[in-house]
Write a protein that binds this ligand. Structure first.
Ligand code: AMP
Length: 573
């Protein structure tokens, strides 16, 4: 059997780390993939993207930095390690130096397979003795590692690899190596949410890629909506359609397999903080197996919908039962993708809605999303008011004949929100790229942040605004704790504005702004609307941290371009 040496992997990691251009990174990644035997592809893809398994499994190593530093101390001295750590701030570099100084006589070269299976073993340790066992396994790997290997090994173990290789970058590299088109690989990824599996399918050939489909237990990347500015525009675009309330809760994808219920968040993580919703789903979905989507919304004693903030009391790891009693939720179903083993995702909306009506039993906590089918904009407006009065934030208007399109934003669903009638642009979900030191009352913490949108073509986060308004004292205190500062601008970030401190682009903030403006400083959509000019936000205001979204779910540069166009249309009315 061919074996992939870990040494070969880290050689490419080091190259990637020292390369700035995205296309060059894809080339290096393609070389790495091409030299990896099929059996090693899954481990390679997971490790390279900073995971152990598909994100939805939630599998983590759970190793603390101090455990690793202790092991390194035993290979050198606690004093030396502490000194190096102070200098580099990166346990990976400390490991590189410690291992580099060590004199070993014989060591067995590490294989990718051994590294990966040992990491899985580490993740699987629980119970009283686990810290010790984990330590032993890590020492075992380090004692056979070269200095370069030790660096990346430690970073992987601590979840700090940060090569800046996004999932889409891997898809592009796979296209280069195996020939399946980017579209078909993206489709496979949207359906399975498992990049390792997609790599294996790609290696097996286009037929394997095209025949993959959805399965209970594996979350599907959610369908997304476009926006339009008015009911007239929506009916003008898609004609007779189904308006549904747009409720402001947490989107959940519910997988039912007999009595087993798994709930996934919008960012495809398994969530277990809604035991009441699980019970509701178990009782009220009448199908042996199903994948359905609902908006999970907190309600008050009279059953009135409560705003999203109230639901945040439920996002916790402890005392889940008490929180469930205090802030009960309802499930408002709006789609079905699979039922009793049959994939229905590709059926038109109106048929899926009929199936949904058939399989969902209405109860105190379960209902279908209120819906109105009409081709009359005035009726849509009336329904919008009803949604707002009920505590909704607007409407989701759905094309009757449209299939469910995983991971894609399109006019199959169009959102119409209240803000469109005021001077504000729609809220955006932007990624925190950096922080600016605060002054006066904000001294010692960040007083403002640099935020960016995601550019899916470039696979980069592009700075679009600096924000310092809308934060409560608590927000100012809590936000820095979520961020991971880095020493220089990450590979996958671009910005015309430089913050005092760059951070890993992972935290998403929802913001509103008065306007999208042309800007000579910011580079989003550079040269697209006007030469030498990008788009930026004017008077941005912080709304909340979106813990339910990952950076990959952020507002895209293309959406900002569309919103800019909508705004100019509105102003010229
Ligand atoms: P946005 O996050 O503003 O792009 O809006 C899309 C989100 O609206 C979805 O992810 C759902 O969480 C939420 N939503 C609320 N009501 C509906 C509905 N009737 N159909 C689809 N999505 C809905």
């Amino acid at each position: 059997m061919q074996t992939m040496l870990y040494d070969k992997v880290v050689e490419k990691y080091s190259k990637i780390e020292n390369t700035a251009g995205r296309l060059k990174i894809i080339d290096i990644l393609a070389e790495l993939i091409a030299m990896t035997p099929p059996d090693d592809l899954k481990p390679l893809v997971y490790l390279t993207t900073g995971r152990l398994a598909p994100s939805y499994t939630g599998l983590e190593l759970g190793v603390a930095e101090k455990t690793v530093l202790k092991i390194l101390s035993s290979m050198s001295s606690a004093e030396t390690v502490a000194k190096m750590m102070k200098k580099h701030g990166d346990a990976g570099e400390v490991a590189e130096q410690v291992v580099g100084r060590r004199i070993t006589l014989v060591s067995e070269p590490l294989t990718l397979n051994r590294v990966y299976s040992t990491l899985l073993k580490i993740a699987g340790q629980t119970g009283a003795n686990s810290v010790k066992v984990k330590g032993g396994l890590i020492s075992g790997l380090l004692s056979d590692a070269t200095s370069d290997e030790a660096k990346y090994l430690v970073r992987s173990i601590l979840g700090e690899l940060r090569l800046g290789v996004a999932d889409y970058t891997v898809l592009e590299a796979l296209t280069k190596v195996y020939g399946s088109s980017r579209e078909s690989l993206e489709r496979a990824y949207n359906l399975t949410s498992d990049l390792g599996l997609v790599a294996e399918l790609a290696a097996a050939g286009p037929k394997a890629v095209d025949s993959v489909t959805i399965e209970v237990g594996r979350p599907i990347r959610p369908m997304l909506a476009e926006r339009l500015e008015s009911a007239d525009a929506v009916i003008g675009k898609i004609g007779e359609s189904a308006s549904e309330y747009k409720l402001d809760g947490e989107r959940v994808q519910i997988h039912k397999d007999g009595d087993v219920i798994k709930i996934f968040s919008r960012s495809l993580e398994r969530i277990e903080h809604y035991p009441d919703a699980e019970a509701l789903a178990r009782e009220n979905i009448k199908a042996a197996s199903a994948i359905v989507e609902a908006e999970c919304v907190a309600v008050d004693n009279d059953g009135k919908y409560l705003p999203f903030q109230e639901l945040m009391h439920r996002r916790r790891k402890y005392n889940i039962k008490e929180a469930a009693a205090k802030y009960p939720v309802t499930l408002n179903f709006f789609d079905v993708l699979l039922v009793n083993g049959a994939v229905v995702m590709t059926k038109p909306y109106f048929e899926r809605r009929e199936i949904l009506e058939y399989i969902i039993t209405a109860s105190r906590g379960t209902m279908l999303m209120p819906q109105l089918i009409t081709d009359d904009p005035a009726e849509v407006e009336g329904f919008m008011l009803k949604s707002l009065a009920a505590g909704g934030e607007g409407l989701m208007i759905k094309q009757l004949g449209a299939a469910y399109t995983p991971g894609a934003r399109g006019f199959g669903w169009i959102k119409l929100k209240r803000e469109y009638n005021t001077s504000q642009v729609d809220s955006m979900d932007l990624v925190v790229l950096g922080g600016f030191h605060g002054k006066g009352k904000r001294a010692g913490t960040f007083g403002a942040y640099l935020l960016g949108a995601i550019d899916l073509e470039k696979n980069q986060y592009i700075g679009v605004t600096k924000i310092g308004t809308g934060f409560t004292d608590q927000d100012l205190e809590e936000t820095p704790k979520l961020l991971h500062p880095v020493q220089s601008k990450p590979n996958d970030v671009e910005s015309g504005m430089t913050p005092d401190v760059w951070v890993e682009p992972t935290v998403v903030m929802e913001v509103v702004a008065s306007e999208i403006t042309l800007s000579p400083t910011y580079t989003a959509a550079f040269n697209i609307i006007r030469q030498n000019t990008g788009l930026a936000l004017r008077f941005p205001r912080f709304m909340r941290i979106r813990q339910d979204k990952t950076a990959q779910d952020a507002t895209t540069v293309n959406e900002i371009i569309e919103m800019y166009k909508l705004q100019t249309k509105k102003m010229s009315k």
